[in-house]
Structure formats: C-alpha cells, structure tokens
Design a protein. Structure first.
Length: 290
C-alpha cells in the first residue's frame, strides 16, 4: 500500500545526464533512506535514478515528500539497506527559500547518525581495497562520520578528470583520493573549495552500485567504490571540538561541575562537551588543578 512520507535532503548526486540520486533523512524513521523509482533493480534493470529537472534542482536542506510503495527493494546490497521504492519524489514547497531547513537544525538532525570511525559501519572484512567495498555485503550504503576535508583536487583518470578528496576523520584516521560525487561540492569553484578545507563537520559517504546490476550474475571484478556524496560543515553557532572519549571524560572529571553519569555514558560526546562548556565557561567556573 502506497504511503506518503516526508524528509529532508542531506546529500544529492548526479550520476548521469539529467538524472539525480538523493539521500533523505526520513521524518518517520529518523534514518537515511534513498528514494528510488518503483521497479528499480527488478530483473537487474533500472531506472535506478530520478529523471527530470524538478528533482535535479532540489537543494540540500530541501524538504521533500515521496510515495513509498511498501515493497522491499529489489536491488543488491549494500544499497538494498536504504533503497526505498517510491512512485514519486517531489518538493513540498514551491520556492527554494521556503523549502530549505535551517542549516544548524539540519546539522544537529544528521549529527545523531554520525560515527567516529568508518569501520564502525564498514568493518575491514567488507573492504576489497582502500577505496572500495565488496558487492553484496549486508552493510549500510551510507555512512556519516565526523571529520574534515583536507584537500580537494582534480584527478586525471582513464575517463577524464574527476574531483577527488582527502578526508581526515575524527578518530585520527584518514581516507585519501576519494571520488567526489556531491553535487554541491562539484558545482563550487576552486576558491570556494579552499574556504571549506579543514573545517570540522559531517562527512556523508556512499558507495557506487555494483558494476553489474543483474542479481543473477556476479563478476570477480565487481567493486563498490566509496564516494563523498555530501558534506555538512559545522555551523558557526554550534562550534565544538572532536575530542577522544578518554580526554573528554578527564575534562569532565577535572571540573568543579562534573558531568552527570548519563552525560558520560552518552555516545554523542560533541554535544555533551558543548553543553558542558556553555555551563562552565560562561560562569567562569575554574578547573581543579591536577
């Protein structure tokens, strides 16, 4: 039974001419989904992406509605985890200004899904190379991680130039030479790229679909390339630091107003630290000496 659902676009790519793929933060589930046209993957056939300029113009932060069929996706893993077959995808509002969600609110909504390490979602066993996953592994096709973009540059390959990125992750790890398919990043000029480098924020990663879409056919050469599909820089109104758990816990314990046990047990340390610093530094509460 078809059900109309709503959400906000958090990442957008253009995998072909006049076609669009979006990652949406679904209002009802609070999870990332990928609305795909009904019939996507059936008998190994498309359409896998949404055609038309009305979809291509949806901005990140734009609110959308989509008619989910209620049927399980017929695509292959890992994309099957988030693929949501729909009859239609459209903007809720008529103007871009009306439909865009506040950037701080969007960041906070997506932040709850973020991880400190890619390996929390894509274990080592799922990787076939430093920038590729095995096809058909039953793991999410989206990962949101805390980190920054340390470099953006053009890479000359067999198919021409493509935009690539080096990523520094919150846990101290890094990922180099990642293909950038994010529409917003690819549309920015080189000067804009320089402005966003080394800013802390939310890195949204996806993977390319297996080279062979057919469910009945497999190839030893198939790979799912890791892609940078979205980037949400941390809003200036909510500047926080990415601090390892042990250091953050020590900060809490050294304060005259230590954090509550619930706060220390929280997995969202950045939010806890922000609230902690607001409460303590605004009131000039001193730290005890070691």
């Amino acid at each position: 039974m078809t059900q109309w659902r709503t959400g906000v676009v958090v990442a957008k790519t253009h995998p072909g001419t006049n076609v669009t793929c979006v990652a949406v933060l679904d209002d009802s589930s609070g999870q990332l989904v990928r609305p795909v046209p009904e019939g996507c993957g059936r008998n190994g056939q498309g359409p896998f992406f949404w055609p038309g300029s009305h979809v291509a113009n949806l901005p990140v932060g734009g609110r959308v509605t989509y008619s989910a069929t209620g049927q399980a996706a017929e695509t292959r893993y890992p994309h099957k985890c988030e693929d949501l077959p729909c009859m239609e995808l459209k903007s809720i509002s008529h103007t871009q200004d009306d439909q865009s969600q506040d950037v701080t609110e969007l960041y906070r909504s997506v932040q709850v899904l973020a991880h400190d390490s890619i390996l929390n979602v894509w274990p080592k066993s799922t990787w076939s190379s430093p920038r590729q996953l095995h096809p058909d592994v039953e793991v999410p096709s989206f990962v949101v991680v805390f980190g920054s973009i340390s470099a953006l540059y053009l890479h000359q390959g067999m198919r021409g130039e493509s935009l690539r990125a080096d990523l520094d992750l919150c846990n101290g790890g890094s990922t180099k030479n990642v293909s950038v398919t994010s529409a917003s990043l690819r549309e920015q000029n080189q000067h804009s790229h320089q402005d966003l480098l080394n800013q802390y924020g939310l890195i949204i990663l996806g993977v390319a679909r297996p080279q062979d879409f057919h469910r009945s056919t497999r190839s030893d050469n198939e790979q799912c390339a890791v892609l940078l599909i979205g980037w949400l820089p941390q809003p200036s109104a909510a500047q926080v630091w990415c601090v390892p758990k042990d250091i953050l816990t020590s900060i809490f314990l050294l304060s005259d107003r230590p954090a509550s046990p619930d706060a220390l047990a929280s997995s969202n340390y950045e939010t806890v630290l922000l609230d902690f610093l607001r409460n303590n530094l605004d009131e000039r509460t001193p730290f005890r000496s070691l």
